[in-house]
Write a protein that binds this ligand. Sequence first.
Ligand SMILES: *[C@@H]1O[C@H](CO)[C@@H](O)[C@H](O)[C@H]1NC(C)=O
Ligand SMILES: *[C@@H]1O[C@H](CO)[C@@H](O)[C@H](O)[C@H]1NC(C)=O
Ligand SMILES: *[C@@H]1O[C@H](CO)[C@@H](O)[C@H](O)[C@H]1NC(C)=O
Ligand SMILES: *[C@@H]1O[C@H](CO)[C@@H](O)[C@H](O)[C@H]1NC(C)=O
Ligand SMILES: *[C@@H]1O[C@H](CO)[C@@H](O)[C@H](O)[C@H]1NC(C)=O
Ligand SMILES: *[C@@H]1O[C@H](CO)[C@@H](O)[C@H](O)[C@H]1NC(C)=O
Ligand SMILES: *[C@@H]1O[C@H](CO)[C@@H](O)[C@H](O)[C@H]1NC(C)=O
Ligand SMILES: *[C@@H]1O[C@H](CO)[C@@H](O)[C@H](O)[C@H]1NC(C)=O
Ligand SMILES: *[C@@H]1O[C@H](CO)[C@@H](O)[C@H](O)[C@H]1NC(C)=O
Ligand SMILES: CC(=O)N[C@H]1CO[C@H](CO)[C@@H](O)[C@@H]1O
Ligand SMILES: [Fe+2]
Length: 460
Amino acid sequence: MGYSSFVAIALLMSVVVVCNGGKTSTYVRNLIEKPVDMPLDSDAFAIPPGYNAPQQVHITQGDLVGQAMIISWVTVDEPGSNQVIYWSDSSLQNFTAEGEVFTYTYYNYTSGFIHHTTITNLEFDTTYYYEVGIGNTTRQFWFITPPEVGLDVPYTFGIIGDLGQTFDSNTTLTHYQNSNGTALLYVGDLSYADDYPYHDNVRWDTWGRFTERSAAYQPWIWTAGNHEIDFDLQIGETQPFKPFSTRYHTPYEASQSTEPFYYSIKRGPAHVIVLATYSAFGYSTLQYKWLTAELPKVNRSETSWLIVLMHAPWYNSSNNHYMEGEPMRVIYESLFLKYKVDVVFAGHVHAYERSERVSNNKYNITNGICTPVEDITAPIYITNGDGGNLEGLATMKQPQPSYSAYRKASFGHGIFAIKNRTHAHYSWNRNQDGYAVEADKLWLFNRYWNPLNDSTIHIP
Ligand SMILES: *[C@@H]1O[C@H](CO)[C@@H](O)[C@H](O)[C@H]1NC(C)=O
Ligand SMILES: *[C@@H]1O[C@H](CO)[C@@H](O)[C@H](O)[C@H]1NC(C)=O
Ligand SMILES: *[C@@H]1O[C@H](CO)[C@@H](O)[C@H](O)[C@H]1NC(C)=O
Ligand SMILES: *[C@@H]1O[C@H](CO)[C@@H](O)[C@H](O)[C@H]1NC(C)=O
Ligand SMILES: *[C@@H]1O[C@H](CO)[C@@H](O)[C@H](O)[C@H]1NC(C)=O
Ligand SMILES: *[C@@H]1O[C@H](CO)[C@@H](O)[C@H](O)[C@H]1NC(C)=O
Ligand SMILES: *[C@@H]1O[C@H](CO)[C@@H](O)[C@H](O)[C@H]1NC(C)=O
Ligand SMILES: *[C@@H]1O[C@H](CO)[C@@H](O)[C@H](O)[C@H]1NC(C)=O
Ligand SMILES: *[C@@H]1O[C@H](CO)[C@@H](O)[C@H](O)[C@H]1NC(C)=O
Ligand SMILES: CC(=O)N[C@H]1CO[C@H](CO)[C@@H](O)[C@@H]1O
Ligand SMILES: [Fe+2]
């Protein structure tokens, strides 16, 4: 399927001429010890008490505009109820919704009962409370719906990628919880269970319990990474994305997608497009057809900001995974320019990096014109693969290429705070700094409403 055609394209691309652009810089890598996973009995993985108590509770947007939420949780003693009871401060009555329960096996692992229930017809900008585990041990959580889709509504997204479940991951999540992020753009690679023998899926459960303290209270918008593939011929596991897609649902049908790994949502002032690095993306594929149908639907008079999420970055200057993002860039970059994408968030490379506004659109595989050039019509590319997983930090290519505005191999998270149709503030918080400290920051000017050169605003 998609994955094998990706591999084929990647192999083809690996014979392509590699050029280096850019000026010299005195970049020194920040050396940190290799992170270790928190032990199974760690407090971050605590199992909630009580018979059949819901665990691993997480929510994600359930429709196109933010008036529905997919509520997901796992029970382990028996299937229990799929019901969610929910209410708002102003509602005089409780509502109920009924969902579905799923299980899967992976080698010799059998999952708990994975529930997904979509609650709909929510009011905008409202606090909702919800209860799961009906009939056995119940647990209550809450979330706030976004404002109605609109040009100038302020809204703050967080960005985390490649989180894993180390002590550093725990620090990243704590820092994020102390930010003003109200919905999280998750750029792929979740649990890293596949780094364990037989992809020990117990580590999918621990990741679900670890992230609940944020993901039960605000939607995490999912992007699939390579650690979600869980394809392993040697143990007979040949259904790609089985654990991920059973545990983490996305509202892909609301944007007429036919696959859960690429889709779009509107939230407040933003139209967010999620792309799938590990699904087929060539010209004749369903993903390409979906994207080329989706982009003309983006109405910048309704959602002023256009954000794209993907796992493997196009612009980065790491030694790790070099060229992996290239095949998709060759096919899709001109569309991003045409439709004035403001910013692209990716993960995969375990570091933080932010590009200048650049494009590399003249490159056509054979002409050798492969140095990215300044292009103020282009998006800014930000890599937030710095969540803190057990694989450790990436190393950077020297010298720093000119398209790279800022890079650092340190753990942390990003905050993208949209203020109005013309201005958004992006900042990067490192785990070794205080909660509100911004190691990198800049004002982004909207490419549709304010297409000025925002490079001058860069504060190193
Ligand atoms: C709604 O459900 C919650 C939790 O079960 C309960 O505490 C509350 O009394 C219910 N409210 C109404 C109006 O039934
Ligand atoms: C699965 O198999 C591995 C290797 O044989 C073993 O170490 C592990 O304990 C088994 N797990 C379960 C849940 O049976
Ligand atoms: C647990 O909940 C299920 C579904 O609501 C119910 O059928 C079952 O009787 C409950 N079990 C206990 C021990 O309360
Ligand atoms: C993880 O972080 C939370 C919140 O800061 C803290 O309470 C907990 O002790 C940490 N757990 C570990 C294993 O570091
Ligand atoms: C775009 O959105 C605006 C504001 O909601 C609306 O007036 C306009 O009709 C929309 N344009 C299209 C082509 O749908
Ligand atoms: C690539 O660009 C070169 C020079 O601009 C041109 O001669 C060649 O036909 C192009 N190749 C493709 C595949 O478009
Ligand atoms: C948009 O937000 C920026 C940054 O907060 C501010 O400087 C600017 O005045 C705002 N524009 C309008 C029209 O309010
Ligand atoms: C959250 O926003 C408030 C108000 O703008 C600001 O004072 C505070 O510093 C922000 N917190 C962080 C962690 O950035
Ligand atoms: C944009 O601003 C930067 C920083 O001042 C400057 O180096 C660059 O030449 C400007 N680009 C354009 C196209 O004006
Ligand atoms: C991992 C990855 O996507 N690497 C990319 C880093 O940036 C260069 C320059 O655009 C790309 O060629 C690589 O594909
Ligand atoms: Fe990755």
